[in-house]
Design a protein around this ligand. Structure first.
Ligand code: SF4
Ligand code: MG
Length: 326
């Protein structure tokens, strides 16, 4: 079957203005040619440090940022080329859950107002006489007490607020949910509860997730497949187990070195790779391989030849030396 979402050669950037010269002096390509697919019902984990472009990818998919080139095909329609009416209808099917439930919920609205807002905007979705019943059902589904529907966000804990954000997204009956660091602002003890809720909802409602996180331990918990981003490009993509047991890109190996192993005695994993230096500015990315300034095994050609994302040893990797033991 066709993928539910197909992102092709996506570029999204921002102009850089000089306050002194009062003109545009360059461009930052936050997303510099990214391609991936999502099949219905699966979870793709998009992993990278801050500044890797993962949030910009999410914002471009839902139309909050404009693509410079490339396509975002959702269920057969290119969202980057769609007119306003088509886009509005499509964006009901694609909902987002944000990192910070405090910032993404209007503090002056009750849970009832927050969750039913989408039904007001899309009146054909739920008839008004059904609102109370559907709201109660939805709140119960995400683990909130329907009796608390007229409370305000500040009257809930951080984990409960994220459940309000999830209910608000689900109210529109989306097919694709983009989860942008959904548990990063929560206590570790609460993270697992919210991740388990997301898994249950996926199973019960047949949802497809694009799950964005800097935290590989979280991604290991939820993703079927993982794509690793560095400075706006995907450097490696594989099934979850393969990424964690047989990472091929030096950057993926470095990220994994920092993740505690589940069972170190049974799962020794690859040799640790140190990550040196800082992430370069996306305004001025390194020539050749964008990772070369931090790569412990870089060679001369890495400065001149851009490594293509091609299958080496089982899955796509963008490294000239992938497959060569480090
Ligand atoms: Fe390192 Fe070169 Fe591979 Fe880039 S292409 S990750 S610099 S070895
Ligand atoms: Mg981000």
């Amino acid at each position: 079957p066709d993928p539910l979402l197909s992102v092709r050669e996506l570029r999204t950037g921002f102009p850089v203005r000089s306050a002194v010269l009062r003109r545009t002096v360059g461009r930052i390509d936050a997303v510099a040619g990214v391609s991936f697919e999502l099949r219905a019902g699966e979870t793709l984990g998009l992993v990278g440090e801050s500044g890797s472009g993962k949030s910009t990818i999410a914002r471009t998919i839902v139309g909050l940022a404009r693509a410079a080139s490339g396509s975002v095909v959702f269920d057969g329609t290119d969202l980057t080329a769609a007119g306003p009416a088509e886009l509005r209808r499509r964006l009901r099917d694609v909902q987002m859950i944000f990192q910070d439930p405090y910032a993404s919920l209007n503090p002056r609205r009750t849970v009832r107002e927050l969750v039913t807002e989408g039904w007001r905007i899309h009146p054909d979705l739920v008839p008004r006489r059904r609102w109370t019943a559907e709201l109660a059902e939805l709140l119960e589904r995400v683990g909130l007490d329907p009796a608390h529907a007229d409370r305000y966000p500040h009257q809930f804990s951080g984990g409960q607020r994220q459940r309000i954000g999830i209910a608000r997204a689900l109210a529109l009956r989306p097919r694709l949910v983009i989860c942008d660091e959904p548990v990063s602002a929560l206590d570790v003890s609460i993270q697992a509860q919210v991740l388990n809720l997301l898994s249950d909802l996926q199973r019960d409602l047949g949802l497809t997730y694009l799950f964005i996180s800097h935290d590989l331990a979280v991604v290991r918990h939820v993703a079927d497949r993982v794509a690793v981003l560095y400075l706006g490009t995907i450097v490696e993509e594989a099934d979850r187990d393969e990424i964690f047991t047989a990472p091929a890109h030096p950057y993926t190996r470095a990220l994994l070195s920092a993740v505690p192993r589940l069972r170190p005695w049974r799962d020794p994993g690859p040799e640790p790779v140190p990550l040196v230096g800082d992430v370069p500015s996306p305004a001025n990315p390194p020539s050749g391989c964008r990772f070369r300034t931090r790569c412990p095994v870089a060679e001369d050609r890495c400065a001149t030849e851009v490594p293509a994302l091609v299958v080496r040893g089982g899955h796509p990797v963008a490294c000239h030396l992938a497959g060569v033991p480090v």
